[in-house]
Design a protein. Sequence first.
Lengths: 222, 825
Amino acid sequence: MQNPFPHIIYKNTFWVSSERCVWWEEENTLIVSDLHLGKTGHFRKSGIGVPQGIYKADLQRLMAQLYFFKADRLIIVGDLTHSTENRELDHFKKWRKDFSLLHIDLVKGNHDILTDTWYDDTGIDVSAHHLVVKDFCFRHDLKIKHKETLPDGIVYTFVGHVHPGVTVKGKGRQTLRFPCFYFTAEHCILPAFSRFTGTYSVERQKNETVYAIAGNQLMHIL
Amino acid sequence: MKVEETKGFRVINEWLAANERHPFLFQLQAWQHIVNRESGLVNAPTGCGKTYSVFLGAIIQFINQHPGYYHSKKDSGLQLLWITPLRALAKDIGRAMEEVIAGLGMSWKVGIRNGDTPLAERAKQKRQMPEVLIITPESLHLLLAQKGYAEVFRSLEIIAVDEWHELLGSKRGVQVELAISRIVNSQGKLTNGKPALWGISATIGNLEEAKDVLLSPVRQTGIIIKANIQKKIEVESVIPDEIEKYPWAGHLGIRLAHKLIPIILQSKTTLIFINTRGMSETWYQTLLNVCPDLAGSIALHHGSIDMELRAWIEDNLHTGNLKAVVCTASLDLGVDFRPVETVVQVGSPKGVARFLQRAGRSGHSPDATSKIYFLPTHSLELIEAAALKSAMSENLIESRPPMMLCYDVLLQFLSTLAISDGFSQEETYAEVVSTFCYQHLTKDEWQQILYFVTEGGHAMHQYDDFKKIELEDGLYKIKSRKVAMRHRMHIGTIVSSSMMKVKFITGGYIGVIEEFFISRLDPGDVFTLAGRNLEFLMIKDMTALVKKSGSKKSIIPSWDGGRMPLSANLGKKLRETLDRSATGALKPGENELRSLQPLFELQQLLSHVPKQHELLIEQIETKDGFHLFVYPFEGRLVHEAMAAILAFRISLIRPITFSFAMNDYGFELLSDQPIPVDDTNVYDLFSPADLLNDIQRSVNSTEMAKRKFRDVAVIGGLIFQGMPGEKKKARHLQSSASLLFNVFAEYDKDNLLLRQAYQEVFDQQMEEVRLRDMLERIQHSKIVLTFPERLTPFCFPIKVDSMREDLSSEKLEDRVKKMQQQLEF
């Protein structure tokens, strides 16, 4: 893994990792989005033989990131799971027990459709719409406006949902698309943590910062 | 027993005589072999009684079996299964058969089964099968997906596969092979050659192989019956008044549009074949501009146009109400339109078979002459016209190589069997390897396939929910109703890109268009579809809503239909034709070549006109850099691969980077430094040695395989696509082919479907065999290296094509004109 890049927002340092997550130094918190756990299992239940290796690898990467940053809190900005309960999620529950000291927060996304009991059993604190820590807000989908008003004084918001990707043009009409982190003045769209996800193209505007993830390298897109 | 002495023959012969007809020799032959209970292939062109050769054979046999009461015998069960690739043909064939049955006073029924057959009709068929069932390969597989299907085929006497040449060489053909292997074995062991198997095919280069592929599951050699009816075809080229010495693709055709008007006006109905949907839109507009009187009596027909509108056009072609129809391959096949007197081919038809097929769409009475005009889109294409003529006179028609080891179709087929009566491992393996396609399927691969459908490949067993095919009492079955239902909806091997309906906002359906094209449009953009300029308004419910636009400028959609490469046969003929032009040994009637003489003279002056056993390489320096042009005449796919390989091999001599361009005649390497190719190393650069390694190191086969993987994954059941415009139901099961490709490549790289995608790239995308043949040929040829001072007529179209990518069409036109002036001064 390449060393993470520091990205400063309102005097807080957020370390951008090529493993598709951000570590918030001041709060010792790892922020991820769109894990879509159980997606391969869901496909397999329907007779589509997607290799389960990708699910295993996703969990291992998450574990490695938690160890690397020694984070004691994990915030997931939605889509922790992909669909209904299955055996892969049973496996995740077991995995969770090995990190009993880790505090996990989930801001519900459109895929998070499991029962309250499941989240309780798994030791996950759930916020239905948003979570606020200091002046920072965590939500799933930037476009959805909730009736519930957000508290005043929020300076910055982290979201997920869109699985942002950026297209890089090379020589000879070659184009490559990479998942990316997308920082604007007010919000950051995180890449989907799971590798079993597609991407949606975003276009960088002036004064915005985009880090593309090419394999295990981060590229600052200019 | 001689067929002439049978009762069945006498009945048929009397009926024919009463209608003032006589059996053709090939029909008699077919009947004899059918009565002998043999299998085989009938080779006959459309419209000369090929249907009767097998259908009447089946009737004769039935009468012979029931001589006393053949009239009255009802509900005899399925006798003749008629497999046809085209839904549209089913109705007409059925009607023709019913006429015969009525004429003979028999009680047979004819049923049709395809995607359009109503549910009630299917249910009726299930209760009592008609004696003749006309079916598409897809519907046949759906029939195999029904419980108790074997009962349907118990009484079956003959399986006929119509238009076998169309199915062969595609995955639909593989579907037919698999279905036949199941049907003939479904009654237990093969008994006394029942059912007999008959293919009907137009002439192709590998007729013998076509027969072997078809008959492989019944383990018979069979016989080929040839109709030997030679249709007279007259080819005339539309020759431009002035030959451009610097030709370029795409614009000349339109400039010759006025020459088509008299052709259209003098014949009853004309079909104008255009190679791409985009160009057909342009042509339709242009013809209307040149001759506004045609409005109302000219129509546009291509795959993106609304089905109903297409049906309307086809009806009006039958009745002769249309003067001309601009069309694409969408009208290549299907029923004959009697009023069609003339056919026009615009641009290269890319192959002899396709040209003949299109020519054959005109002049239908048995002794009428088919008339086809060839209109070049650039002047070099006139050589192709001459090459086509000479190929036709020698009957040099392309082969359709059958597809081999299609794991995706097999996976689909196994699921089909698993949702009806289940399959047993030993029996099904034996059946599958009895087909031509899977004859080399190893036990090991078979086990891998079974493992994939039962276990879903490698998994973490304790935490896995995989469920598809389960083993129960020795039979493999699918028990989940959901999985079975989804599978039924996806039986088939034709994978279309995702399409979106286009509708007027006020209502009224126009057609369908690729989703990716619409996704690039902004509201207010104007595009052309079905000959109309439409302003894009919005997308709603997976439908693109538009309104009419008066704007003169519009975007013509580029549909991502594959661009056909020049066939190997036509390439060979082109080289021979050039030889004649170079040596001046022109045949009489080769006006095309005569008109091209000024171009050849210039080519010879600046460089060289290659003879048959020569390979021309031109090295030219311009302000753009150093160009290397090579002319193998092997079609753009082979050229694309060869360009990459050559670039790689040259870069081993000295580090150097290139950009490529190619057309069907040759390719270009362009670099900013001199290219180190000379007579000391040129044979080595074109050596077939180490080809496979060099391909892997030079061509980006991963990207190509990713594209192929889409179809493979859809057929193999990994991706579910909805109907056009319909929202996908299983939202949580969506994934893109490229994502799946990456996942498999990383976590299950030995997956058979992945391997198949790579194999398809080698076989179809790079035409590896043809590439190798070409290199062998070049080793035995004389390589002629020239160093022209400026661009030559041969390289000019390639050069223009390479500029096309960076320039809009107007700018391109200007720049090409300037280049032509500079070169021709």
